[in-house]
Design a protein around this ligand. Structure first.
Ligand code: B12
Ligand code: SF4
Length: 463
């Protein structure tokens, strides 16, 4: 079969977690780049993002690929059904593809193929297989049907994946280009800061790896599984320069948001990056601010000093202001370390983005109350750009999900696992002393403490 074109689609999620139209779907763009390169630009490849365009199934493509996370998945199924009815081959990828076997079992009429994990290499292999130039058995990470049987091919070896190969992302593959994303950012942010780019300075989480080695529990709600890797400062700067050259003008305020987890566990990277930036000739032509994720327990005095020089904001996943809740949820930090980090931010005047999660394992009225007090005291420092306070979401692939499925085995047969499905069960078994309502109320109150214009708006990891 000849594959004429591949349409890649990012759908809306729901709740207040939707990305407020700021974030371009980088994963899909990278897949598009891989396809364009592999087939020497002979196939039509486009990326449609429902945050900016209505989804209409393109007549130029005979394959449609969807990005799905656990929250967007129900909407993906609706859109995928339309693609199926229009006679397309439907492929699903993204974080929710971790349930690949179950998805193929439960969605016979809607999804033809699922690719788990990094998709750049497998999607090209899949197109080759569809065109008869490779066997389906030889497509990495693919789940597919042979008659009534579902076959789960081995996952792609991680060393084959190279971030730099498709970095920077080619925003021209978006049917709208990048402008609407920047406009959306400017709308919810101060007018003058119209440009945001997200990047990764590193991958994986050192804390998680260290706990794994010691056979101990790390954050029970975490589903990240990237192996550890640090990028070279020169690679990071080249990526940023590409964005500035194309999309910014000298003097512009630009936000670079690093989505690598816990940069605090990577002090050498921070110092190297700082040294490279200090030597960089073009950096000061723009007003660049950086945002990093950091575990409160990792922030040290020299690191804070470096962040100040980098004009950085720090996003702390404080998660709870109760030591017992932090312990039970594998956070590996204490309220004392939260305050130590906050004091360092005060010393070096580093803006803070603060995330708290309500409904964690062992949550009580007292611990929710402690979160509220913590947030009020933190706000009084004047450093908070944004509170990011949401309810726990039990995601497949996390220890929390495994614990819940032990108690509720029926969950293992469900591919639709939105919070309404899991939350009440979670509270029933693991958060008995605080109701869903109480937790929701606490999350809402803290969230509303956000200043109106934070450096990143008021979306993100909440629902
Ligand atoms: C940036 C980010 C966001 C941003 C922007 C999202 C975006 N448009 O990319 C914001 C802040 C908006 C966001 C919001 C949320 N996020 Co978020 N986010 C991330 C983060 C940190 C990076 C995503 C990224 O850019 N990755 C880099 C790209 C290159 O990788 P990728 O997108 O995964 O794509 C690769 C593969 O997945 C695959 N692939 C992707 N799509 C497809 C499609 C096909 C057809 C194929 C074959 C393959 C394929 O190939 C790609 C290239 O290798 C990830 C964690 C992480 N480190 O990945 C969490 C993550 C994706 N988020 C997560 C969640 C839960 C959410 C929220 C639901 C949180 C919430 N409670 O509100 C919301 C949902 C918003 C929405 N409407 O979808 C989870 C998803 C887990 C799950 N099982 O669903 C993750 C994995 C973090 C975690 N908790 O573990 N998020
Ligand atoms: S939640 Fe963050 S700190 Fe905790 S294990 Fe996951 S990536 Fe690491």
């Amino acid at each position: 079969m000849k594959i004429r074109g591949i349409q890649l689609i990012n759908t809306f999620g729901f709740g207040r977690s939707v990305n407020e139209q700021i974030y371009a779907p980088i994963g899909l763009i990278r897949i598009g780049m891989a396809l364009k390169r592999a087939f020497s630009y002979e196939k039509d490849v486009s990326t449609t993002d429902e945050h900016h365009t209505e989804i209409s199934i393109s007549p130029d493509s005979n394959v449609v690929g969807f990005y799905a996370n656990t929250l967007t998945y129900p909407r993906v199924l609706e859109a995928a059904l339309k693609a199926k009815q229009a006679g397309k081959i439907v492929v699903l990828g993204g974080p929710h593809a971790i349930l690949r076997d179950l998805i193929l079992r439960n969605q016979k009429e809607v999804i033809d193929f699922v690719i788990e994990g990094k998709g750049e290499i497998p999607i090209v292999q899949l197109v080759e297989a569809l065109e008869g130039n490779r066997s389906f058995e030889n497509v990495y990470s693919l789940s597919w049907r042979r008659g009534n049987e579902i076959i789960n091919n081995p996952l792609m070896p991680v060393h084959l994946w190279d971030w730099e190969e498709y970095c920077p992302p080619d925003y021209e593959l978006l049917v709208t280009g990048i402008r609407p994303y920047h406009k959306a950012f400017a709308r919810i942010h101060r007018e003058e800061v119209g440009k945001i780019f997200h990047t990764f300075t590193h991958f994986g989480c050192r804390y998680k790896e260290a706990m794994k080695k010691r056979e101990r529990q790390s954050c029970i709600f975490c589903s990240l599984c990237d192996p550890l890797r640090v990028r070279k400062p020169m690679e990071i700067l080249a990526e940023i320069k590409y964005y500035l050259d194309r999309y910014a003008q000298k003097g512009d305020e630009v936000v670079i948001k690093d989505y690598g987890d816990d940069v605090g566990g990577r002090p050498r990277l921070v110092y190297k990056l700082l040294r490279a930036i200090e030597k960089c000739e073009w950096w000061n032509n723009y007003k660049i601010s950086l945002t990093f994720y950091c575990r409160s327990s990792e922030l040290t005095d020299p690191l804070a000093k470096a962040f100040q020089k980098l004009n950085a904001s720090l996003f702390f996943g404080f998660d709870s202001a109760d030591d017992e809740v932090l312990r039970k949820n594998g956070k590996g930090m204490k309220v004392k370390s939260h305050w130590r980090a906050i004091e360092l931010c005060q010393t070096y005047n580093i803006p803070i983005q603060a995330s708290l999660i309500a409904g964690l394992m062992g949550e009580t009225h007292e611990s929710l109350e402690a979160n509220l007090k913590f947030a009020k005291k933190l706000k009084a420092t004047g450093l908070v750009e944004r509170f990011n306070s949401g309810m726990l979401i039990v995601l497949p692939g996390t220890p929390a999900f495994e614990m819940l499925a032990e108690k509720e085995p029926g969950l293992r047969d469900r591919d639709i696992l939105t919070p309404d499905v899991t939350r009440a069960l979670w509270h029933k078994h693991f958060t008995k002393k605080a109701s869903v309502k109480d937790a929701e109320k606490c999350a809402r109150i803290i969230d509303k403490m956000s200043p109106l214009h934070g450096s990143m708006g008021r979306e993100e990891h909440n629902d």
